[in-house]
Design a protein around this ligand. Sequence first.
Ligand SMILES: [Fe+2]
Ligand SMILES: [Fe+2]
Length: 359
Amino acid sequence: MKKILVRDLKPGMITAEDIYSINGQLILSRNYILTPESIERLESFAIYSIRISDRVSTPLQEIINQGPSAKERVRANPDFVAFKASFEENVETLKTTLNQVVTANSNFDAENVISQTLSLIGKSEKSSISMMDMLLNMRDYDDSTYAHMVNCSILCNIFAGWLRMEQDERILATTCGLFHDIGNLRISEEILKKPGSLNFREYEVVKRHTLEGYSILSSQNLHPEVKNSALMHHERCDGTGYPYGFTAEKISRFTKLVAIVDVYNAMTSKRVYRRAICPFAVVEDMQSKEFSQYDPDMMLTFLKNVSNSFIGNRVRLSNGIEGEVVFIHQDDLAHPTIQCGQKFLDLSMHRDIKVTAII
Ligand SMILES: [Fe+2]
Ligand SMILES: [Fe+2]
């Protein structure tokens, strides 16, 4: 890692840190491969120097428009291939371990599953690809209850970092995410995977996964927050959640954290009854509920960081045009500025155009 004057930057160099404007607005995220346009953008924000990674990207020609998209580059990267393999191994371990608990009602080796997830996170933190990009590229894969829990667990770890939690709290948040939906293992697959909407009786059965989860975890040697998250991750700050309809003051910080991650992860994953929803549409939807159902400060931190993680990704717009996300407006997260060829399209000024997919 070295510090370089912006005037000496070259396309293809990789940022070693998040770069903020004087107002605290994110201009480029860490691990961003510089293009002539992004260097110009740094100059326009009067940034004098930045830290650059010792690694150099593939030649620039390969990363601009006619080259592979960010998604294609991530999927071809050996770090992602290794992440995917470890992720799947983690899902298998979780499945084997938890099935024993549910069928034999015995204690399980929570430490083993947690340490496997933490090692997956640890290894990936050293990669040139950000963890958010890794997760974004797991969207099209299997989304069983187990994969959902590993996904949420990693996202809880990242989110806890954004909230500047101490390391032991980050591990606790990761554990809360890992076991939050364990109660689903006592709900019939027929109902969980039913295509189409659930009737009243079926929905009542699904809601029981919170109580079942608490009952499975109650005899395990786990932190009370982990058990509470399984019980209360569907409670909402305005009292509209279940199983008890608790309001904000009765819901712990860890459970509020899991609730935000859970709903984001569920909406951006494909389900038997619908395709995955574009993350920008999810951000817009969650932003509208920000001040009622969820902790507003936590939600804002989450949505800002999630949105910023899309800088550099190629997207398709509702008018059919494709371009790269170059700027996230911190007061209008779901309507970024998109670079299409030589032109910049500010979606906050063109509200009829939406981002429909990250490609
Ligand atoms: Fe749940
Ligand atoms: Fe969940």
